[in-house]
Design a protein around this ligand. Structure first.
Ligand code: PLP
Length: 457
C-alpha cells in the first residue's frame, strides 16, 4: 500500500487533468446534492476486502460523486458566506498535502510554519494591534472563537482563584454568529445576548452590564463583538465596546471571521476602527481571504496568555519544547495538537499575487453589493431591507412569503442557475423571511445579479 507505485503515478496524471480542468474553467456547473440511496445505486460497493482499484474509484468520483457537491466558488453561489479560493492557493493546497508536514511544532514543520507566519504577520498588520500581537491558523472561525474564549476564561481564572469555581459569563449581541453561542456551550459558559438586529453599541453594552446582578457581574469576563455579522455584514461599535471593556476589565474578542478580509479594503477600513483595542480577533482566510477550506485564524494581543491556556503537556511531547527545537509551535495557541499547515496555501497565494491584488478582490465584493443595491432599487418587484453592508445585501420580493422564497431557492438551484437562500430579519415586533446575497467571488458579474433578480419577476 505504501510502496512507490508507478500505476499510481499514472493515475496522478489523470487526477491532475481533473484538477487542471477545475482550475482553468470558469464554466463549471453549480452542482446539486443527491440522496445517499441514489449515490449508492450509481457507484455500488466501494469499500471491499480487495479494493476496487484507484482507476475505478476515481472514475466513480469524476462521473457521479463530484457532481453531487455544490461548488462553493461558483459565481452565482451567493448563499451562506461562500468562498472563492485563488487558483494559486488551491494548487498549493495539493503541494501542502504532498509535503506531509506535521504542523504542530517548529521542530517538525519549520519551513511550513515559517510560511504561515509570514502570511500571519500581514494579517496582524491589518488589525493595527501593537507589536507582540500574533496569531495562528485554525480549522475555521468556530475553532478560533473557541480558542480565544478559552484563553480569556483561563486568564480570568488566573486573576483570582475564586473564579475557578464560578461559571463564567460572556456578553454578545443577538446578531453574533451561532458559533459564539455554540462555543459558550462547549466551554460551559453562560451567555447573555443584547437584543439588536443592528450594530451592538457601547451604550447598549453598558446598560446590559449595569443591569447585571452582583453575582452575574462577578462572573462576567468577556465581551464578543462582531466585525461583520454573517446575516447582514454589520460591524459593531468596536471603538466604544473596546473602551467599555477596558474600563470594566473585560476581555474584548472581535469575531471578524467573515468581515476580517475587509480590513484590507481602504473603502471600509474605518468601519473597523477600535479593532486594535481587541484582546483577540478571529479572521477566516477561507472566507474573504480566498483560501481553500479549511483555514481560520485567531490573533492575540498577548500570545503568551494563549500559550498558558492551550500548550499541551505529555512526556512524548517534551522533546519538541527542548532548547534545540526553539521556534513557534502553533499547537500552543489553539485547541488542536496535530494540525495541517493550513496557512500554507494562503502564503503561496499572497506571495504569488501580492497584497494589492487581495485588496482589489475584496473591494470587488463590496462593489458588487453596491451594484446589487442599485439593481434592487431600480426593480419594482423587489426592495432593500437595509442598505448593503460590506458584501451582504438583504432584500425582499414584494408580496412574497417564506414558502415563496424557499421554492424560488430550490427552483433556481435545480435549474443550475444559482444558489441564493432566504434568511430572517426582525422587522419591528415581527420576524420576516427575506432574501440575501453575500458576495465573495470577484468573478461574479452585474449580469449574474440581473439574471438572479429576473427570476423573481
Ligand atoms: C461571523 C462568523 N463567525 C464564525 C463563523 C464560523 O466559522 P467556521 O464556519 O469557519 O467555523 C462564521 C461562519 O460563517 C461567521 O460568519
Amino acid at each position: 500500500m505504501h510502496k512507490v507505485d508507478f500505476d499510481l503515478v499514472e493515475l496522478t496524471m489523470d487526477t491532475m487533468k481533473y484538477v487542471i480542468n477545475r482550475l482553468s474553467s470558469n464554466k463549471l456547473g453549480i452542482g446539486k446534492p443527491q440522496t445517499a440511496e441514489h449515490l449508492k445505486a450509481l457507484v455500488g460497493e466501494t469499500i471491499t476486502s480487495e479494493g476496487v482499484g484507484g482507476e475505478h474509484a476515481f472514475k466513480l468520483w469524476q462521473e457521479h460523486l463530484s457532481k453531487a457537491n455544490v461548488s462553493i466558488d461558483h459565481p452565482r453561489h451567493l448563499a451562506f458566506v461562500p468562498a472563492s479560493p485563488t487558483r494559486a492557493a488551491i494548487m498549493f493546497d495539493l503541494v501542502t498535502s504532498a509535503s506531509s508536514i506535521h504542523g504542530a511544532y517548529w521542530m517538525e514543520g519549520a519551513g511550513g510554519i515559517f510560511c504561515e507566519n509570514e502570511a500571519m504577520r500581514w494579517m496582524v498588520s491589518l488589525t493595527g494591534l501593537p507589536t507582540g500581537a500574533f496569531g495562528v491558523f485554525t480549522s475555521g472561525g468556530t475553532a478560533a472563537n473557541l480558542s480565544a474564549i478559552v484563553t480569556a476564561r483561563e486568564y480570568w481564572r488566573s486573576l483570582n482563584k475564586e473564579n475557578n469555581v464560578k461559571k463564567g459569563l460572556i456578553i454578545t449581541s443577538s446578531g453574533a454568529h451561532s458559533s459564539v453561542k455554540a462555543m459558550a456551550k462547549v466551554a460551559d459558559l453562560d451567555i447573555l445576548l443584547v437584543e439588536t438586529e443592528e450594530r451592538l453599541e457601547k451604550a447598549a453594552l453598558e446598560r446590559t452590564i449595569k443591569n447585571l446582578s452582583v453575582e452575574q457581574r462577578a462572573c462576567l469576563f468577556a465581551v464578543v463583538a462582531t466585525g461583520g455579522t454573517t446575516n447582514a455584514g454589520i460591524i459593531d461599535d468596536l471603538d466604544g465596546i473596546g473602551d467599555t471593556c477596558k474600563t470594566e476589565n473585560l476581555w474584548f474578542h472581535v469575531d471578524a471571521a467573515y468581515g476580517g478580509g475587509a480590513l484590507a479594503a481602504d473603502s471600509v477600513r474605518h468601519l473597523f476602527n477600535g479593532i486594535e483595542k481587541a484582546d483577540s480577533i478571529t479572521i477566516d482566510p477561507h472566507k474573504w481571504l480566498f483560501s481553500p477550506y479549511d483555514c481560520g485564524a485567531v490573533i492575540y494581543r498577548k500570545p503568551k496568555l494563549a500559550k498558558k491556556a492551550h500548550a499541551q503537556d505529555g512526556s512524548y511531547l517534551d522533546i519538541f519544547k527542548d532548547e534545540g527545537a526553539r521556534g513557534f509551535n502553533p499547537t500552543d495557541y489553539q485547541i488542536q495538537l496535530t494540525r495541517r499547515v493550513r496557512g500554507l496555501p494562503l502564503w503561496f497565494s499572497l506571495a504569488t499575487h501580492g497584497v494589492n491584488k487581495y485588496k482589489e478582490a475584496v473591494e470587488k465584493g463590496i462593489e458588487l453589493a453596491q451594484i446589487a443595491g442599485r439593481l434592487i432599487n431600480e426593480n419594482p418587484n423587489v426592495e432593500l431591507v437595509r442598505a448593503p453592508s460590506l458584501s451582504c445585501v438583504l432584500f425582499r420580493r414584494i408580496g412574497w412569503e417564506a414558502n415563496d422564497y424557499m421554492h424560488w431557492t430550490y427552483s433556481n438551484h435545480k435549474k443550475g442557475l444559482a444558489l441564493v437562500t432566504p434568511t430572517k430579519w426582525r422587522n419591528g415586533a415581527s420576524i420576516e423571511t427575506v432574501s440575501r446575497f453575500c458576495f465573495i467571488n470577484p468573478d461574479t458579474t452585474e449580469r449574474d445579479i440581473e439574471l438572479i433578480l429576473d427570476t423573481m419577476n
